[in-house]
Design a protein around this ligand. Structure first.
Ligand code: TMP
Length: 232
């Protein structure tokens, strides 16, 4: 696992850059990560994009187990360990090799999601989660985390309109297992993320994501440009 100093040296040894996108349901992180990747490519910074849970063959299968609304009886500990298992695979199979090859990796969620959802949301022990995050993350911390913040109501309005437009195209897919949790659960997650942003101010950039896509995209790009400038 190593000390904080060892972890930071480990990170420096990686020539690439690891950027994660976080936030509650409907905050827009998937949209904004995609837009950022497109824009960065045009600027000569091609990025590898991936997601959690998922991003590998094994991880995508774990994702299906985790998010299936049929698994409403999944216990919080099994849930935690499955997220960590998907992460361990993603880091070993994709993230570490890409960073070692000097690439820029953008990841839709990472270990802050576990602290926010399983820690603050489910109420599991935060120290245990920190240890498991370190084990599964294999010492790899993001260089930058973009936290897109909006209210639970705004997030769920967006999710509802997403499902309405999908239904019009004949896609009958409904909310996943996490999205069907009540608003108190999602409120605790938002608070958890805000607490993390205060605690890890050096790494987490908190952005107001309640505005229009173009406006938020501009703020995301400002953060990315600043981080890239700091490394060149
Ligand atoms: P998303 O890709 O649509 O954000 O779906 C992933 C879901 O899994 C979302 O509800 C957040 C949740 N999640 C956790 O609860 N813990 C985790 O560690 C991660 C990565 C995601």
């Amino acid at each position: 696992m190593g000390t904080t100093k060892e972890r930071s040296e480990n990170r420096k040894a990686l020539r690439g850059m690891f950027v994660t996108f976080e936030g509650i349901e409907g905050c827009g992180k998937t949209t904004h990560m995609g837009l950022a990747a497109e824009r960065l490519a045009t600027e000569g910074y091609p990025a590898v994009t991936t997601r959690e849970p998922g991003g590998t063959r094994i991880g995508e299968q774990i994702r299906a187990v985790l998010l299936s609304p049929e698994h409403g009886n999944m216990g919080p500990m099994a849930e935690l360990l499955l997220y960590e298992a998907a992460r361990a695979q993603l880091i070993a199979e994709r993230v570490r090799p890409e960073l070692e090859a000097g690439n820029l990796v953008l990841c839709d969620r990472y270990f802050d999601a576990t602290t926010a959802y399983q820690g603050y949301g489910r109420g599991l022990d935060l120290d245990l989660i920190e240890r498991l995050n370190e084990v599964a993350g294999q010492g790899i911390e993001p260089d930058l985390t973009i936290l897109l913040d909006c209210t639970v109501e705004t997030g769920f309005d967006r999710i509802r309109s997403r499902y309405r437009s999908r239904a019009k195209t004949g896609d009958a897919e409904g909310p996943d297992r996490m999205e069907t949790e009540d608003s108190a659960f999602h409120g605790r997650i938002r608070k958890g993320y805000l607490t993390l942003a205060e605690k890890h101010g050096h790494r987490i950039r908190l952005l107001d994501a309640s505005g229009e896509v173009e406006e938020v995209h501009g703020k995301v790009m400002d953060c990315l440009h600043e981080a890239l400038k700091g490394r060149s």
